[in-house]
Design a protein around this ligand. Structure first.
Ligand SMILES: [Zn+2]
Ligand SMILES: [Zn+2]
Length: 341
C-alpha cells in the first residue's frame, strides 16, 4: 500500500509500505477513506524531535475490511471514526473517561494513518461506527476532525469549564484552538476572545463564535484581554499551542479561581512554581480522551449543528502529502486534508 513516511525533518515522502495485517485478535484493518496532517506532525518536521523514516499520521476515518477473531461488535463494511489513541474502553481509566490514558493505550501515530490502510488495535473499544453506512461526502471532513482536533478542542473547553455566563480566552489559532472556539460557543459561553494575528484565522474564529480578537500576545496580549474584560482575567482559558510562551500566557490570562484547559502538545515547557502557586488557577489538560466524546460529536456533525470541517482549507491527494505538510509548516494552510482513492 501507499503511505506517508517522514525520512528526516522536513523530508516527507509517499512510498510503498507493507500492507497491515491482523496482529492481535482484538485488531481491525480499515481502508482509510480520508486522513490529514496534524499540527503535532510539524514538531518532528521542524526538527523539534528525532525522526528517522517514521510512518506518519494519527487521524483517520475509514471502512472496516478485516476483523480479528475477538472483535464482535463491528462488521466488515462498517464506516468508522476512531480516536488518535487506541483504547480498550473498559479498564478503570477508560471507564473514568480518560481513554487517551487507557492502561492498554496504543498511539496511532506509531502506526501511521496517512496511508491507504491501517491496523487499529483494540478495535472494539476504539472505533465508533457512523450510523447509516458510508457518510455523505460533504460530512467527511467534519467527521475526520472528530478523530482528533475537534475532540481535542472540545476537551480543552470542558477542562477549562466553559459554559453560560463565562468569559473564555483561547490561546492558539491553529485547528485545535479554532475548534476550541467552536466547542466553547456550542457550550454556551458568553464571551469568547481569541488571540490571533492572522486574518483568515480570525475570520474563521468569528464564524465559529468568537466575539473578540486580540492580535497581540505575551504580557501585552494579557493586558489587552484584562482591559477588555473589565480588569480581570478570563474565567476559562484554552491553551492550544504547547510552548513556553503560550502556557505562560494562558495561565496569566486566567483569573484566580479560573480554569485553564491545556491541550497543546507540550514541548519544552517549564513552569515557574512560584508564579503557578500565585496564579491560583485550576490546570487540567493532556491528551484529549476523544473516544469518550465521539458519539456526541458524530451526532452533532450528522445533525448539521456544527461544521468543524471548515478548518480544512487545503485538500491534496495522499500522493501529494509533502505539499500538505509544507503548506501547514509555512502557515499558508490551517489544516491539510489528504484524500485517498
Ligand atoms: Zn493530531
Ligand atoms: Zn482502557
Amino acid at each position: 500500500m501507499r503511505g506517508v513516511v517522514m525520512e528526516a525533518p522536513g523530508r516527507v515522502v509517499v512510498t510503498d509500505r507493507p500492507d497491515p495485517v491482523i496482529e492481535e485478535p482484538t485488531d481491525a484493518i480499515i481502508r482509510v477513506t480520508a486522513a490529514c496532517v496534524c499540527g503535532s506532525d510539524l514538531w518532528p518536521y521542524r526538527g523539534g524531535w528525532e525522526v528517522d523514516h517514521a510512518p506518519m499520521g494519527h487521524e483517520y476515518i475509514g471502512e472496516v475490511v478485516e476483523l480479528g477473531s475477538e472483535v464482535t461488535t463491528l462488521n466488515v463494511g462498517d464506516h468508522v471514526v476512531g480516536s488518535f489513541i487506541a483504547s480498550c474502553n473498559h479498564c478503570e481509566i477508560c471507564l473514568a473517561g480518560y481513554q487517551s490514558r487507557c492502561v492498554r493505550a496504543v498511539g496511532m501515530g506509531g502506526i501511521g494513518t496517512q496511508a491507504e490502510y491501517a491496523r487499529i488495535p483494540l478495535a472494539a473499544g476504539t472505533l465508533v461506527p457512523i450510523t447509516d453506512g458510508a457518510p455523505e461526502a460533504d460530512l467527511v471532513p467534519s467527521l475526520l476532525t472528530a478523530s482528533d482536533v475537534l475532540g481535542t478542542g472540545w476537551f480543552a473547553a470542558e477542562a477549562a469549564q466553559v459554559g453560560p455566563g463565562k468569559t473564555v480566552a483561547v490561546v492558539g489559532d491553529g485547528a485545535v484552538g479554532l475548534l476550541g472556539v467552536l466547542a466553547t460557543s456550542e457550550l454556551g459561553a458568553e464571551r469568547i476572545v481569541v488571540f490571533s494575528r492572522h486574518e483568515r484565522r480570525q475570520e474563521l474564529a468569528r464564524v465559529f463564535g468568537a466575539t473578540d480578537v486580540i492580535a497581540t500576545r505575551g504580557d501585552e496580549g494579557v493586558a489587552e484581554l484584562t482591559d477588555l474584560l473589565g480588569g480581570l482575567g478570563a474565567h476559562s482559558v484554552i491553551e492550544a499551542v504547547g510552548n513556553q510562551v503560550s502556557m505562560e500566557q494562558a495561565i496569566a490570562a486566567c483569573r484566580p479561581g479560573g480554569h485553564v484547559g491545556f491541550v497543546g502538545l507540550n514541548h519544552g515547557v517549564a513552569l515557574d512554581g512560584k508564579q503557578l502557586f500565585g496564579s491560583a488557577v485550576h490546570l487540567h489538560g493532556g491528551p484529549a480522551p476523544v473516544r469518550r466524546m465521539l458519539p456526541d460529536l458524530i451526532e452533532r456533525i450528522q445533525s448539521g449543528a456544527i461544521d468543524p470541517g471548515l478548518v480544512f482549507d487545503h485538500v491534496v491527494p495522499l500522493e501529494q502529502a509533502a505539499e500538505g505538510y509544507r503548506a501547514m509548516d509555512e502557515r499558508t494552510a490551517i489544516k491539510s486534508l489528504l484524500t485517498i482513492d
